[in-house]
Design a protein around this ligand. Structure first.
Ligand SMILES: O=C(O)CNC(=O)[C@H](CS)NC(=O)CCC(=O)C(=O)O
Length: 278
């Protein structure tokens, strides 16, 4: 089995972003008929551009043309696809930032609404990020059964909240996908360390696909998409530029690591419970 992450420089033009993702999927090296899991970055079809985002917020998952085009790509290229993220209308006019997991027939196996919204001050050109102006937070975790193993779904800023990752591990996760648009400034400072920490703590593979470069609206993202194994080793990474990161999935050491260092059993703290926020 093979894992691939795509590193994109998505903008406000949905068709251009879609064409770029399709071009990468067509070029992606494949090992014969081995199952392939592909993870896309956050906001892969629509990044920045507030007006464009409003226009595309789908009334429902079923009506979303963005969703349909990604499901088609999964089917056409015969890959399991984690599509991060698509805006899906919430009850108050904002949108959920939702990722989807499709099988290689384009069927939806699960989805996840970003739990932690990026309302943060960063010392960069944008300075103030207010994700909650446009987005509404989800209220549950998501761990999906697939031929690759149980995959936990998280998104970008979620990476800073270890309780979410512990909750996914306790729900059976073996791999955790993290579509992201981590900023250049915070990515340079924290991205690799946080990914390795979450991999080591949860003893899961981290599949972190990030946006890279200058994006529409003056944003800059960090890149360095990477696959980290449950021991914290970086199996593959791409620091800059658009393209892909690939590694074969070898889970043979996963159970050894969990048996040798049984942190999930030793943990003296209560299981995390999700606090709902309005
Ligand atoms: O708004 C869009 O179009 C796409 N979404 C994003 O860029 C999101 C919300 S603003 N970015 C992050 O969560 C960055 C987290 C981060 O950089 C950190 O935790 O340091």
């Amino acid at each position: 089995m093979q894992i691939s992450l795509l590193q994109c420089q998505s903008g406000a033009d949905v068709q251009a972003n879609l064409a770029f993702i399709e071009a990468l999927l067509a070029l992606l090296p494949r090992v014969d008929l081995e199952p392939q899991l592909v993870v896309l970055p956050e906001a892969c079809l629509l990044f920045g551009g507030h007006e464009s985002k409003q226009k595309h917020i789908a009334k429902s998952a079923v009506e979303s043309p963005l969703l349909g085009s990604l499901a088609n790509l999964a089917k056409q290229y015969q890959v399991y696809l984690i599509a991060g993220t698509i805006p899906i209308l919430a009850h108050d006019g904002r949108a959920y930032s939702r990722s989807y997991l499709f099988d290689d027939d384009g069927e939806e196996l699960g989805c996840y609404d970003k739990l932690h919204l990026f309302d943060v001050e960063v010392s960069d050109g944008t300075k103030t990020y207010r994700e909650s102006d446009t987005f509404y937070p989800g209220n549950k975790i998501s761990v999906v059964d697939t031929p690759f193993g149980k995959i936990g779904l998280a998104i970008c800023y979620d990476l800073r909240f270890p309780e979410l990752f512990r909750a996914m591990r306790l729900a059976g996760a073996e791999l955790i996908a993290l579509p992201s648009a981590f900023t250049k400034v915070t990515g340079e400072a924290h991205w690799q360390t946080l990914l390795q920490a979450r991999a080591i703590e949860t003893q899961c593979f981290m599949l972190a696909a990030n946006q890279w470069g200058a994006n529409d609206g003056g944003r800059e993202t960090w890149g360095q998409s990477m696959i980290v194994d449950p021991w914290g080793r970086i199996l593959a990474q791409k620091k800059t530029g658009c393209g892909w990161v690939q590694a074969p999935l070898d889970k043979t050491k996963l159970n050894d690591i969990r048996q040798q260092i049984p942190v999930a059993i030793h943990n003296r703290f209560a299981k995390p419970t999700l606090i709902e926020q309005s």
